[in-house]
Design a protein around this ligand. Structure first.
Ligand code: IMP
Length: 349
């Protein structure tokens, strides 16, 4: 029995696919070298060689990550779990080094003061960073920033999971929209609240938009193949947390375990640990804190990702993102297919 929101009974529960449910069909390709492929895209008037953005999280993005991301052709978004002064100092350090400085802000308390200070210090992208972006406070915040800055500031907002939400945020004035609710590797929103949509399904749905806002797929990426799937489904950029965490450029100490392995902390911004540190109290806990094996320089991670993405474009026979999105054909795989899609010899005993 299905009880609908309006109290009626009946209807059909929609199905949703996640990254591991699908594969892209290999197609005829005349691409002779992966270097012929252009995987880049534009945002805030800048061309990005890589369609990759690092998450505004306190264990992912501060100055060092922004510099490294820019150096490899991607974008970093400085997190908002700091004082306005601290955020301004980071922006000032980056000013001139980087042509588009992106920082996260919230929707309450000091958000207007923070936005004004960040733009005065040189930020040109403001990311309205809240867990449930289809919300009246986000509407107010987007409109406030757009009224004040117009085209001068690129407004990124989110997170949303449905086409209706994507269109609403675009109509309120958002230039780019983070798509994905509940899919992050450190996220417990679906466990805590029962809400969410697999990130790939949200991308498929939101890509049906006729609005001009950029679609940033956010949360749940494990491997470069997931990135290719999101781009093929209609994402303009992807946002990564765990894949870029525990690198030299991510904030935080590197620890060495008793058996000599190095690791760093990676935590959700709604985890108990993060909330206690930044607010001194906890509200709804919708994230966890964990450790991730140390990966070395993020440049190596990005270089490997780039190779996987280029190769992915080539399997579809696509030289550009637009071509990938036009040509891509998805198939759904069974659970036996999922097992075959992994490096299954590693599981044989
Ligand atoms: P990951 O790349 O799968 O690790 O997911 C990173 C994304 O998770 C971020 O870009 C945010 O959208 C989201 N996120 C960050 N902190 C939390 C949290 O505490 N709970 C739920 N989602 C979070």
């Amino acid at each position: 029995m299905i009880i609908n929101g309006d109290g009626t009974i009946g209807g059909k529960i929609e199905e949703a696919v996640c990254f591991d449910d699908v594969l892209l069909k290999p197609q005829y390709s005349d691409i002779k070298s992966r270097s012929e492929v252009d995987i880049g895209n534009n945002l805030a008037g800048q061309h990005y060689y890589l369609p990759i953005i690092s998450s505004p999280m306190d264990t992912v993005t501060e100055e060092a990550m922004c510099t490294a991301m820019a150096g490899r052709g991607g974008l970093g978004v400085i997190h908002r779990y700091n004082t306005i002064d601290e955020q301004q100092k980071m922006i000032e350090t980056l000013y001139n080094q980087i042509s588009n400085i992106a920082v996260a802000i919230g929707v309450s308390d000091d958000f207007k003061e923070r936005a004004t200070a960040c733009v005065a210090s040189g930020a040109s992208t403001l990311c309205i960073d809240v867990a449930h972006g289809h919300h009246t406070l986000v509407e107010e915040a987007i409109k406030t920033l757009k009224d004040k800055y117009g085209e001068k500031v690129h407004v990124m907002a989110g997170n949303v999971a449905t086409l209706k939400a994507f269109n609403d945020l675009a109509d309120w004035g958002a230039d780019s929209i983070r798509v994905g609710v509940g899919g992050g590797s450190i996220c417990s929103t679906r466990i805590q609240t029962g809400h969410g949509i697999p990130t790939l399904q949200s991308v498929i749905d939101c890509a049906k938009t006729d609005r001009n806002a950029l679609l940033i797929a956010d949360g749940g990426f494990k491997v470069s193949g997931d990135v290719v799937k999101a781009l093929a489904a209609g994402a303009d950029f992807v946002m990564l947390g765990s894949m870029l965490a525990a690198t030299d450029e991510s904030p935080g100490e590197t620890y060495i375990s008793a058996d000599g392995k190095r690791y760093k902390v990676y935590r959700g911004m709604a985890s108990k640990e993060a909330q206690m540190e930044w607010r001194g109290k906890t509200a709804s806990l919708e994230g966890v804190s964990t450790t991730v094996p140390y990966k070395g320089s993020v440049e190596l991670v990005l270089a490997e990702l780039e190779q996987g993405i280029r190769s992915g474009f080539s399997y579809t026979g696509a030289r550009t993102l637009a071509e990938l999105q036009t040509k891509a054909e998805f198939i759904k795989q069974t659970s036996a297919g999922q097992a075959e899609s992994s490096t299954h010899i590693l599981r044989r005993k």
